[in-house]
Design a protein around this ligand. Structure first.
Ligand SMILES: NC(=O)c1ccc[n+]([C@@H]2O[C@H](COP(=O)([O-])OP(=O)(O)OC[C@H]3O[C@@H](n4cnc5c(N)ncnc54)[C@H](OP(=O)(O)O)[C@@H]3O)[C@@H](O)[C@H]2O)c1
Length: 271
């Protein structure tokens, strides 16, 4: 595609920040959407258009897209990257934390899809990229909202990719394995050996941003990155099925206390 402009959500840190830096080096116009202003980031990138919108606000996102459309500046590519991870299913299920994760990771993307899907076709090609996760293959039950949000995101984008095939609206997803950023956390909830394998499989944030930027302007539907992390998630998927206690967070039926499987995951040390 002929890429003139890109919108990226969540550029204050991690992958979003690396994507911003990647695009800002070239001729592509960048619209950066953050829930807070970061003076140093804005000063570093004077050519970038910074918008302060919380992706959980459907009204805020709609207003921004209306403004961009009205001024003929609706971007060609939307990289919907903003996301959070929370421990929401530990000793008890934390509904507010689960809801916050779903509202950010799932609705924070759907809030963009709804207005984009309502635009008149107009013969323009527009790519909408969801940033998913390999946790959709084998999630950590202690970060339940995170795994559930990424599963729902992936299922929604699969459906839209088929429905909108052949139209100007191209739905794509990046299924990310570990990338060396702040979100790649909760080590205390995994066995120590798994943390070691995860670190070995992790990609640098710059490499991940470059791979996502290459993928974003093609018509390919899915990017699995880094591919070397797939066997780890495959092994976790298999282990969760063959060994019921593996990363199951199982409770005792008598007093609700934690079982051996959960304690094994905890032994690496609590936060
Ligand atoms: N890193 C990994 O290993 C990995 C693996 C699989 C998938 N992913 C996915 O990659 C994406 C980026 O993750 P990351 O590792 O770069 O995490 P990160 O460093 O924590 O960055 C997350 C970004 O999202 C922003 N954000 C959070 N809530 C927001 C909201 N309501 N509205 C607007 N912006 C919001 C954050 O802004 P604030 O600074 O204001 O909080 C920050 O800019 C996420 O979707 C994550 O699920 C990451």
């Amino acid at each position: 595609m002929n890429l003139n402009s890109v919108l990226i959500t969540g550029t204050t840190s991690g992958l979003g920040r690396a994507l911003l830096r990647h695009y800002a080096r070239g001729p592509t116009k960048v619209v950066s959407v953050n829930r807070r202003r970061v003076g140093a980031l804005e000063a570093e990138h004077p050519s970038v258009r910074f918008e302060c919108v919380d992706v959980r606000s459907a009204e805020g996102v709609q207003r921004l897209l209306d403004e961009l459309a009205a001024s003929g500046q609706l971007p060609d590519v939307f990289i919907l990257n903003a996301g959070i991870n929370r421990l929401d299913n530990g000793d008890s299920f934390d509904l507010p934390a689960y809801r916050e994760v779903m509202e950010t990771n799932l609705f924070g993307v759907l809030n963009f899809v709804a207005p984009l899907s309502a635009l008149p076709p107009g013969g323009v090609e527009r790519h909408v990229v969801a940033v998913g996760s390999m946790v959709k293959y084998a999630g950590n039950p202690h970060g339940l909202g995170y795994a559930a949000s990424k599963l729902a995101l992936s299922a929604s984008f699969d459906a839209w990719a088929r429905m909108y095939a052949g139209t100007g609206l191209v739905f794509k997803q990046v299924i990310l394995g570990p990338v060396d950023t702040g979100i790649h956390t909760m080590p205390e909830r995994f066995p120590a050996w798994m943390n070691r394998v995860k670190s070995l499989a992790a990609a640098s944030v710059e490499d991940a941003a470059a791979a996502i930027a290459r993928f974003a302007s093609t018509r390919k539907r899915t990017l699995l990155y880094p591919a070397r992390a797939l066997p780890l998630f495959g092994a976790m998927w298999m282990a969760q099925r063959l060994a019921p206690r593996f990363l199951a967070g199982r409770k005792s039926s008598s007093d609700g206390s934690r079982t051996a499987g959960a304690r094994t995951a905890d032994r690496a040390g609590r936060r």
